[in-house]
Design a protein around this ligand. Structure first.
Ligand code: PLP
Length: 377
């Protein structure tokens, strides 16, 4: 932590905060290691890139760049309302769904309150919670030898960890970086126990990838739970991570509160146009889902063939347990021009997270790993 005198002036939550560590950019790795032809499997992006109709909508939107966007993103919300069968008033659009997560924290968390999330949940929950000065209550994950959801969220522990001052429970379904997921019954269990004074955030960033028949649609739960907020994004299957656009769905009363703190122009006109066009590409989404299924199988089979332990995943990445500190392997992969994600800041120093890439990219990763000594020390 910096001991710079300015640090003591920062709000208490900020002074103790370690910033988010993104996947290493391709350019940085190229510079540091002098390698060309780099494969990035570090940020759970969809390697297909957006379809032509979305790129055309982006180009078309450039004709109006001198104007401010519609801050309320009305046309996009109308399109989303149809897509999800909800009212326009039930939607809020954000600069990525991370923006919506931060709005929840700003709206409901103060230094006298707490938020609950799994110890290996998406790290942004911890960041947005700590920034408000609220207490972060991390609960233990399921065991690493759990038969179906190793290191997954444990709904009973989420419930047991909540206190009277808990205002937000964050659930990632599926979770990043574990690839695990919860059933409808498990999510209802958390919602039933949370009570009306706790907002339950169901983060469904990877929902469109999931092919598991029992995987629940969080939006269908909104009619039963006024304290539920579901978040979705265009960064993952829609392949628009660079544009920054995501959204939240909840009861109108909850959305209205979030809108009070939302920046007036938090999403660009270009991002809104792209997102609208993206909702008209169900064939692209289906093809991306199918390609991801094949990529997951390719990676899992290949990694297991190298004797590695791969956790089951319903998303577009896999978590690999190396059985020993994995940072050296991470660095060797960088030298070989393959960027994956180390997880020390997730409390998983023996693991690496590998995003599903194009078939040739997955092959590069497997070939690079095959060159390394992988046996547990
Ligand atoms: C990638 C991801 C997001 C999406 O973030 P954006 O801000 O929409 O790009 C949200 N939640 C989880 C769990 C993620 O992994």
């Amino acid at each position: 932590m910096s001991s710079h005198p300015l640090t003591s002036l920062a709000a208490p939550g900020i002074a103790g905060l370690s910033p988010y560590e993104p996947g290493q950019p391709v350019e940085e790795v190229a510079r540091a290691y002098g390698v060309q032809d780099i494969v990035k499997l570090a940020s759970n992006e969809n390697p297909l890139g957006p379809p032509a109709s979305v790129v055309a909508a982006i180009a078309d939107a450039t004709h109006n760049l001198m104007r401010y966007p519609d801050g309320g993103a009305f046309e996009l919300k109308e399109r989303l309302a149809k897509h999800h069968g909800v009212a326009v008033e039930q939607l809020i659009v954000g600069n990525g769904s991370n923006d919506v997560l931060a709005l929840v924290a700003e709206t409901f968390l103060t230094p006298d309150t707490s938020a609950v999330f799994d110890a290996h949940a998406f790290i942004v929950y911890s960041l947005v919670t700590q920034a408000t000065g609220a207490t972060a209550l991390r609960c233990t994950s399921r065991a690493s030898h759990h038969p179906t959801q190793p290191l997954g969220h444990d709904p009973e522990r989420l419930i047991a960890t909540a206190r009277a001052d808990t205002r937000v429970v964050f659930i990632a379904n599926p979770n990043n970086p574990t690839g695990s997921w919860l059933t409808e019954t498990e999510i209802r269990g958390v919602l039933d126990h949370a009570g009306p004074e706790t907002i339950v955030v169901l983060d469904e960033a990877y929902a469109e990838y999931v092919t598991e028949p029992e995987y629940p649609d969080g939006v269908a739960l909104l009619q039963d739970y006024p304290n539920l907020l579901v978040t979705r994004t265009f960064s993952k299957i829609y392949s628009l991570a660079g544009l920054r656009v995501g959204y939240g769905i909840a009861r109108a009363e909850l959305i209205e509160l979030l809108n009070r703190v939302r920046q007036p122009f938090n999403t660009s006109s270009v991002a809104q146009a792209a997102a609208r066009a993206a909702l008209d590409t169900p064939e692209f989404v289906a093809a991306a889902r199918a390609a991801n299924g094949a990529g997951l199988a390719q990676l899992s089979t290949g990694l297991r063939g190298l004797g590695l332990s791969v956790l089951p995943s319903v998303a577009n990445f896999v978590l690999v347990d190396f059985g020993k500190p994995a940072h050296g392997i991470y660095e060797e992969l960088l030298r070989a021009g393959v960027i994956v994600r180390p997880l020390g800041n997730y409390g998983l120093p023996n693991h690496l997270r590998i995003s599903v890439g194009l078939p040739a990219e997955n092959e590069r990763l497997l070939a690079a790993l095959a060159e390394l000594p992988l046996a547990a020390a």
